[in-house]
Design a protein around this ligand. Structure first.
Ligand code: ATP
Length: 223
């Protein structure tokens, strides 16, 4: 393919960000997002470990440990990369601020998405400047067991109905503004459960990658 055609195609390639505390990262993050990537044709997903402001309940693992676990979990997997920008912030960081920055970096026309789980969709109206999120990206929602697909607040429900698309191709045809609920595999895994299992000495095999498990052991995390 001639170079200018490759560049034009790359311009319209959908990429996504996936934010989380990742305390620790687990298969409930990695497997649904991998399935999402296949379903909507994502070439790259950038994991964004959150900076947790001091006035919030703190993660048990520190920022460096959470970052290392993410790096171990995605090592050798070409779908994923990691962006440390939120970890380096000293002030409270909001998703909207990161989205504004990333949008500036990638240009106005590049299709960009932010991935969340169904539980996050249910409380999205509590996010800072939540209604502006779609000005900068699409929202891709992974299914998560145990969380209703009914949104309690009419405000959020109306917003979803206004912006929801059912055809994943639309996500590459416009840079932002759509919400897509994907039929991703249901994994009943949470970081809270993993931490509790560790506290109780119960095995976490099959819940997270082996390299992450080994690191948790070595660092004596979640005891
Ligand atoms: P915790 O139990 O500590 O609250 P968590 O397991 O929910 O953590 P987070 O790092 O808070 O993980 O989640 C980051 C993102 O991943 C959120 O958008 C969340 O909805 C999504 N997510 C987490 N676990 C799952 C899962 N099992 N299935 C689908 N989405 C998930």
């Amino acid at each position: 393919m001639p170079n200018e055609h490759l560049q034009a195609a790359a311009k319209h390639r959908l990429t996504a960000l996936f934010g989380g505390t990742f305390d620790p990262i687990h298969y409930g993050h990695l497997k649904p997002v991998t399935a999402m990537a296949q379903e909507v044709g994502l070439q790259n997903v950038t994991l964004l470990p959150n900076h947790v402001p001091p006035h919030r309940p703190q993660p048990e693992a520190n920022a460096q440990q959470r970052l290392t676990m993410v790096e171990l979990a995605i090592a050798g997997n070409p779908l994923f990369s990691v962006d440390e920008r939120e970890l380096h912030r000293t002030t409270p960081s909001y998703t909207i601020d990161t989205l504004i920055e990333v949008r500036q970096e990638r240009g106005v026309g590049a299709p960009l998405a932010f991935i969340i789980g169904q539980d996050s969709l249910l409380t999205l109206h509590k996010w800072h400047r939540w209604e502006e999120i779609l000005h900068y990206c699409h929202l891709l929602v992974c299914a998560r067991p145990g969380y209703s697909d009914r949104l309690d607040t009419p405000e959020l429900q109306n917003w979803l109905e206004q912006h929801r698309v059912y055809d994943a191709q639309q996500l590459s045809q416009q840079p932002h503004g759509c919400i897509y609920l994907a039929d991703t595999p249901l994994l009943a895994i949470s970081a809270t459960d993993i931490r509790q299992r560790r506290h109780q000495g119960i095995s976490c095999d099959d819940l997270l990658p082996r390299a992450v498990q080994r690191y948790i052991e070595l660092q004596g995390l979640y005891r």
